[in-house]
Design a binder for this molecule. Structure first.
Ligand code: SF4
Ligand code: SF4
Length: 369
């Protein structure tokens, strides 16, 4: 077909065209909202209209069968409208209490063959919100860890905190499978971060055939790569050399050049960061801070990672004041006490997090460790 007049590269359609009628009608007129029970938020408009948003935890990667089932539910209760949040929750919107009750009963009755809930309702208020996460081994090329697998293992253990309001405040957990962090680990209460610990392996014999060397050199944020020539079986080959002392194992070069892999069974694993948030309620937004520098990859259930996430969460739940986010609690009691209470071994790697962020950990002589 001729390509003339074909509009391309126009980005996603404007979101307003997907609004349910009640949202369109009341846009900009919402007066208040309240959480009526875990997972259900009631929005009231100045026009008197009411909307109940029912939040349902969902996985990031789901089957078409499950999508069909979600659409069937949306057709039945929500006039065919449904939305997904950035944290992989499904949100159903209904406009009266009768429909709300019917929807909640219906969702509760839908289970997987193993008896677990297909559509768990929760993730609001003082709960653990659904984990926002990246792609992991399933899709991306630079992950140090899996994403969906770790999230599933962690959320199975924390499920009770998703559908209840037992915590002092909301706890946002995030996972990114490499430090390029297309997840939100830099600003989450508890962050699970995949880390590489070894520099890329340079495959001299094939590099010049699969990579553009100037591009690879330019791709390194630390200027650690320089062009080189080697001799293999009497033939000169163009390749690169990595200044290992400069490398931060980010994998950017591998993005540009498949002959520089850095995934490694022993080098790769998980770091845990805590105390970040984007909200400015009570205290300003904060970056997450490194507390556990390395946990080995332990598929399929990542028991050590699950253990530490649970330990940090439950220690916070036991000691923090109402409404205090995890980072606010740690700052109030002091980071030394945080490490003690959570029984996390303190290492020199935990002292600083971001360059020039001097006010995050104690960097003075008064730091007690
Ligand atoms: Fe890929 Fe890194 Fe994003 Fe994971 S965090 S999906 S490895 S860019
Ligand atoms: Fe540079 Fe990152 Fe590649 Fe290391 S892993 S050489 S820092 S691009």
């Amino acid at each position: 077909k001729p390509m003339e007049n074909r509009i391309t590269d126009i980005g996603p359609p404007h979101y307003a065209q997907f609004f349910p009628p009640v949202i369109k009608k009341n846009y900009g007129k919402w007066k208040s909202h309240e959480i009526v029970q875990p997972g259900v938020i009631k929005y009231t408009s100045e026009t008197g209209d009411v909307v109940y948003a029912v939040r349902v935890g969902c996985a990031r990667l789901i089957t078409t069968d499950l999508v069909r089932e979600v659409c069937e539910i949306a057709d039945k209760y929500c006039d065919g409208y449904v939305r997904w949040t950035t944290r992989n929750n499904i949100e159903f919107h209904v406009t009266d209490e009768e429909k709300l009750r019917a929807l909640l009963d219906d969702l509760k009755g839908r289970k997987f063959p193993n008896g677990s809930y297909k559509f768990p309702v929760g993730g609001t208020g003082a709960s653990v919100t659904n984990i926002v996460h990246t792609q992991g081994w399933v899709h991306c090329h630079t992950p140090a860890i899996d994403a969906s697998g770790v999230v599933k293992a962690v959320m199975d253990e924390l499920f009770d905190y998703f559908g209840s309001h037992k915590l002092p405040a909301q706890v946002r957990i995030a996972l990114a499978c490499c430090l390029n962090m297309c997840g939100a680990v830099h600003c989450s209460d508890i962050a699970i971060l995949g880390i590489h610990r070894k520099p890329p392996l340079v495959e001299d014999d094939r590099l010049e055939h699969v990579c553009e060397i100037p591009l690879v050199v330019a791709a390194c944020p630390l200027g650690a790569i320089k062009p080189a020539t080697v001799e293999i079986e009497g033939k000169k080959k163009k390749t690169v050399r990595v200044n290992v002392d400069r490398c931060m194992f980010c994998g950017n070069c591998y993005t540009m050049c498949p002959a520089m892999p850095l995934a490694d069974g022993e080098g790769d694993g998980i770091a845990i960061l805590v105390g970040g948030k984007i909200s400015n309620r009570i205290s300003p937004p904060k970056f997450s801070k490194l507390v556990i520098p390395y946990i080995p990859n332990e598929p399929p259930r990542w028991p050590t990672t699950v253990k530490w996430v649970k330990k940090i969460l439950e220690t916070y739940a036991q000691h923090a004041r109402k409404y205090e986010r995890l980072g606010e609690w740690a700052e109030r009691i002091g980071w030394e006490r945080f490490f003690e209470l959570c029984e996390i071994p303190f290492t020199e790697k935990s002292i600083d997090d971001y360059r020039l962020a001097y006010d995050t950990y104690r960097t003075s002589l008064h730091f007690k460790f």
